[in-house]
Ligand binder design. Structure first.
Ligand SMILES: Nc1ncnc2c1ncn2[C@@H]1O[C@H](COP(=O)(O)OP(=O)(O)OP(=O)(O)O)[C@@H](O)[C@H]1O
Ligand SMILES: [Mg+2]
Length: 262
């Protein structure tokens, strides 16, 4: 989905700063992401990508600044805002290491995305309501995992586990996906498949996506917009086509040319 300028914001970040042990790692970051956008977050190691994503998810409090997700505050001037369960449920987090429960089968893992929406007694009965079962089967089909429903999550490949995590987000009815290097540990083919699945969720379901990536080629292929962090500040925020070698050298340093060609 290509968002129109009228699309409301999914994410608004204003003056966000963070430090660890007195060392400032993010300095007055501001940007907004419209609903339906797919944005790559790039930048060298240590630039602050993971820290920024953790702040956006409300996992750690910022030193200063505000973050709002789907119109509700997550951070407000140094404090985590108490968020409604509804907004929390609508934000999906994906990390480099897939976070499925290894000893449970894939179907159960994906169904767990929907338990917040159930009356408490339903999750105690040991059977899933018909609507949820249908949603799980649909999500597994959408992510190319229909034939893996009964497999223990720990026996799935890394790429399958990441797609399983995306299926769980569909069942969760997440509207914003924050993904931190979701394909860094995968071979190129598996990585491509996960990125294609994430792109399908963005285009077909209108999920807003902010994904940190180390491969510039993946950002170019999948994300129309890129935000580059360098030394805790935004070094570039614009169309991915605008990432020419000069800009990349500003972000990563002069050796990037050899690295990208290699
Ligand atoms: N819990 C922490 N305690 C102290 N310093 C931290 C902590 N987490 C991150 N840092 C520091 O903050 C800076 C930004 O780290 P961050 O993990 O956000 O970078 P990154 O852009 O995600 O890097 P990478 O590409 O390697 O994942 C680094 O200098 C890092 O050492
Ligand atoms: Mg990181």
């Amino acid at each position: 989905m290509t968002p129109t300028p009228q699309e409301p914001n999914a994410l608004v970040v204003e003056g966000l700063s963070h430090s660890f042990g007195g060392v400032r790692v993010l300095r007055r970051i501001s940007f907004a992401v419209r609903q339906g956008e797919m944005v790559a977050l790039i930048g060298p190691s240590g630039a602050g990508k993971s820290t920024l994503l953790r702040l956006l998810a409300g996992l750690i409090p910022a030193d200063l600044g505000t973050v709002s997700v789907l119109g509700e505050d997550v951070q407000r001037e140094g404090r985590l805002a108490p968020r409604s369960g509804a907004v929390r449920a609508r934000t999906g987090l994906i990390f480099q290491k897939p976070n499925l429960v290894g000893r449970l089968d894939l179907f159960t893992n994906v169904a767990l995305g929907g338990v917040q929406a159930l009356a408490p007694w339903r999750s105690l009965t040991g059977t899933w309501p018909r609507g949820l079962r249908a949603a799980v089967l649909d999500a597994l089909a959408r992510t190319g995992l229909a034939d893996k429903a009964g497999r223990r999550a720990s026996l799935l490949s890394g790429g399958e586990q990441q797609r399983g995590a995306l299926a769980r987000l569909l069942v969760q009815r997440a509207r914003l996906v924050l993904a931190d290097e979701p394909v860094a540990a995968l071979d190129p083919v598996a990585a491509h498949r996960v990125m294609e699945t994430l792109t399908a969720l963005n285009r077909q379901d209108g999920l807003t996506v902010v994904v940190s990536l180390h491969q510039i080629s993946q950002a170019r292929r999948h994300c129309p917009r890129v935000i580059a962090l360098s030394d805790g500040q935004i070094a570039y925020d614009g169309p991915t086509e605008g990432l020419d070698m000069g800009r990349l050298a500003q972000i990563y340093g002069p050796d990037i040319e050899a690295a990208v060609i290699a």
